[in-house]
Design a protein around this ligand. Structure first.
Ligand SMILES: O=P(O)(O)OC[C@@H](O)[C@@H](O)c1c[nH]c2ccccc12
Length: 261
């Protein structure tokens, strides 16, 4: 079994338990559930930096990245740096995140926040909304077209933006539908962990213009972004490059200054 299959199998188990402990009615009655969301797609269309900066403590590919930071400081640092949005990993077992992280980030900043999670069930979309997210991620590698349709439409009804992630042409072809806002190309193969921004370049012309294009993972230089912009990318998801330092916000700030100079 590859790592992605393992993560999804664990998600199914985790969800069974969660649904017993926290009923849907509790999610729907939370104060944040009524909050008006902010569109990341719009922010990316308008923004100069286009950077979506991620809070990521560890990952299956790199183990520990940074376990010692306070997420509110990280989120405020990113906001101050001029990012267009913030991504918060909420998976616990493989990435060391939690739904509490989402709440803390929400309390710290006003900008769009993406719940970075392996979504397989509408329940997780209600959770995302109840914990202050504005955007959710759907991963084509683990979902059938019908699931993508059902989950994205459910998310849109909650006022959430949808970022659909693909890694090859087949995933892209099966996923195109009007209920998506952004199409993300993951430069990292989630099954083998190989990383190359070439995949973003190769897929760019196959992504219809109605979607905001986002390039995800393995981005560590301003040059890489300048190049990806030539291919029509407006969003750039960066985690490790910022998180591996003691001050991700400061690092992001320098990066964005260099990008705009
Ligand atoms: O740390 P990086 O290489 O900059 O990557 C960030 C982000 O793209 C990556 O964390 C990611 C992209 N898609 C995912 C799906 C699940 C978990 C994590 C991810």
């Amino acid at each position: 079994m590859n790592i992605l299959d393992k993560i999804i199998a664990d998600k199914h188990k985790e969800l069974l338990l969660k649904k017993l402990v926290v009923p849907v009615s509790q999610l729907e009655n939370s104060a944040l559930f009524k909050r008006e969301t902010i569109s990341l797609a719009n922010a990316l269309r308008e923004s100069k930096s286009g950077i979506i900066a991620e809070h990521k403590r560890r990952s299956p590919s790199k183990s520990i990245i940074n376990q010692s930071l306070n997420i509110e400081d990280v989120a405020r640092g990113y906001e101050h740096a001029g990012v267009s949005g913030i991504s918060v990993l909420t998976d616990g077992k493989y990435f060391g995140g939690s739904l509490d992280d989402l709440l803390y980030a929400r309390a710290a900043v006003k900008m769009p926040i993406l719940r970075k999670e392996f979504i397989i069930d509408e329940y997780q979309l209600l959770e995302a909304k109840a914990h202050g997210a504005d955007v959710i991620l759907l991963i084509a590698a683990v979902l059938e077209r019908e699931q993508i349709k059902q989950l994205s439409e459910f998310a849109k009804n909650l006022g959430l933006d949808v970022l659909l992630e693909v890694h090859n042409e087949e995933e892209l072809k099966k996923s195109i539908m009007p209920s998506l806002d952004m199409l993300g190309v993951n430069n990292r193969n989630l099954k083998t962990f190989e990383v190359s921004t070439q995949i973003s370049k190769d897929l760019s012309e196959k992504i219809p213009d109605d979607f905001v294009k986002v390039s995800e993972s393995g981005i560590s230089s301003v040059e890489a972004i300048k190049e990806l912009k030539q291919y029509g990318y407006e969003g750039f998801l960066i985690g490790e490059n910022f998180m591996k330092t003691n001050n991700p916000g400061e690092n992001a700030k320098k990066f964005i200054e260099e990008l705009s100079s």
